[in-house]
Ligand binder design. Sequence first.
Ligand SMILES: *Cc1c(COP(=O)(O)O)cnc(C)c1O
Length: 751
Amino acid sequence: MDKNEILQKIRSTCKGKDAVALYQELAGVIQDTFTEERTAAEKYEGKRAIYLSCEFLVGRTILNNLLNLGILDEVRTLLAENGIDINMLEEIEDCALGNGGLGRLAACYLDSAATLGIPLYGNGIRYRYGLFKQEFVDGFQKELPDDWQRFGDPFSVRREDKARKIVFGGGEALAVPYDMTIFGYGGKVCLLRLWQAEGNHEAQKISEYLYPDDSTDEGRILRLRQEYFFSAAAIGEAVDCYTARYGNNFKRFPDCYVFQLNDTHPVAAILEFIRLLTEEYDQSFSAACAIARKCFAYTNHTVMPEALERWYVPLFYKALPALGAIADKLDRVLQREYRKKGLTTEEIDKVRIRQGNMFHMANLAVYMCFSVNGVAKIHTDIIKNKLFDVTNRLCPQKFVNITNGITQRRWLGLANPDLAAWITEKIGDGWRTDLDRLSALREYASPEAYRRLNEIKAANKKKLAAFILAKEGVAVDPESIFDVQIKRLHEYKRQLMNALSILTIYYRLKDKSLMDFTPTTFLFGAKAAGSYFRAKAIIKFIHEIAARINADPEVNHLIRVVFVTDYNVSYAEKLVAAADISEQISLAGTEASGTGNMKLALNGAVTLGTMDGATIEIIERAGQENNYIFGLKASDVDKARGIPPVAHLADPYIARAIASLWDGSFSDGGTGYFKNIYDALISEGDRYLVLSDLEDYIRAKLLSNREYKDRESFARKAFMNIASAGYFSSDRSVKEYDERIWHTKSYIGQN
Ligand SMILES: *Cc1c(COP(=O)(O)O)cnc(C)c1O
């Protein structure tokens, strides 16, 4: 790649363009410059790892690509010379083909693999509409379609030559791949192949929406078709390429391909592989299984029973008849094998693929994959000792922990350029490809460094405050503490507990029973799944609290609450750079890893959190004394469930906060939302133990609030968090996947 050539081309054509035209121009120039690299990636002949994922939450690509190509600053200057503000590109839509952490993880891994030259190939669905756009009307969430291709998709190439027919129960579709170039730091590339469904109306529906409504059989069949559609396309393509090279002897297949299943959504790939080999390549069932067992690896992302994919057997057969028969056959093989090995009926029942009338996809994955990994230490322990304990006793070597990571290019370099520049000034810019170097910052620990950190944070907060004023119409004080909780809205993540803590603090401020409170802005960013009633109820509740507090002249100089609209990757970049406090407050044992926790720590936010997911590993490195830890440990949870929720209402302010859910303090507009929340806490046993943890949470929150006043000592905590974040680079995660699971050995662009 020649930087100057790119800049020259841009210089000659950028003048007078609006955001969209400029975007297309820049993208076109970059894309053209990398034709050779793309072809090389495609033609690569060594072993490759295929990352199968229903979600790739890529975010806005243009600025990140310029950054990774090392020309962001030059392009900014060049555009400025031509009277163009590069920030204009913020009008370009995010590519939001994912929901949250799991999809963003896939995107970070591609960034890292491209940077490291690891031959990782993304495979997913090119949804016509990505994750919905969120609006609030009167505090109620409204979901609008996300037309992410509105301004084109200039980093992708349609590959009609690679289209393939996919047949499913009751129809067929043409799968047409679009190859998106993922630019790694320094200009190496990876390919993200997104399959688009074409054909009749039924066929097109397959790639229309991310997570269609699955409350009806029709919706569930569509969802199964989606999962099968891209899995089968990826498998078909791999098998075609392989047989073109090696013919029908599949012995070497595992030396050429490994498939990483990002959660169970692509598990149909295993069944499809067996189907193809037995039906079309004349392999015996056991031979096909033996090969399959060497090339599939599974990442588990959740231990919550309702989030583990299970399919009603007749429905599965209807959608995918051939695969249903294979799943049943595998189930019989499993029973025979495990009976021989001496497992009890009870043990076998726990690991069976078929559980009564349901296919259990995680059990299928665990049985057939040579590797099963959790995404943080505690999570891997839980899957080994609880969820998949039987298999773990039989083959412990199958289980691996690979703690999630994030790419420092986007989450520090792009999101927080001032902090990035300061770090570079101190320790050089090696951190961009070796985040462990951050530990060298410790040598620069000094009051002067803390002052500078505070300045950088203050400037980021000012920028965010201006953005929030423009976008949300709410004025927030950039001098106040920015306390940030940003993540999908889910009961286990306990945004409700945060809301109740704020309400409690509000009542105490009103009563003057809480003096000496440092002004704080509580920021929420979250989308609730359209069909998730209680999550939407919590959004409305937070909006009601925000409206009350922000309009109350007695306290609104001390406390403000903002629920930002349409939280996505681009908003996240602004929020993480400006956060003082990172809320990571899931009930211990429920958050598999989290990656938001890493982004915030890397940007110098201090964690207010529970010992859960990767937060445990963050604290291990950054020090408990530099963060605010509270609440139940995972090992305490079972015991805590024995205490009735009402036993936690002794504090009058907490009692009043809970009462405000039913006593008419707030209106849910007759939706029944607040009663529903109240029932969750009081009548339904408070599944996520909000009330058990609330008091200790408020204690920790108020402690952080007091300690913030000592600006130097608080900045020292932030500093220690930054200096300890090296481990959480997705470069480290991807290297671990490669060394421990994929074994791709030869790297693109090297040797
Ligand atoms: C990182 C990220 C997430 C995941 O956040 P968690 O706090 O780990 O749940 C979700 N959404 C977006 C847009 C992100 O960037």
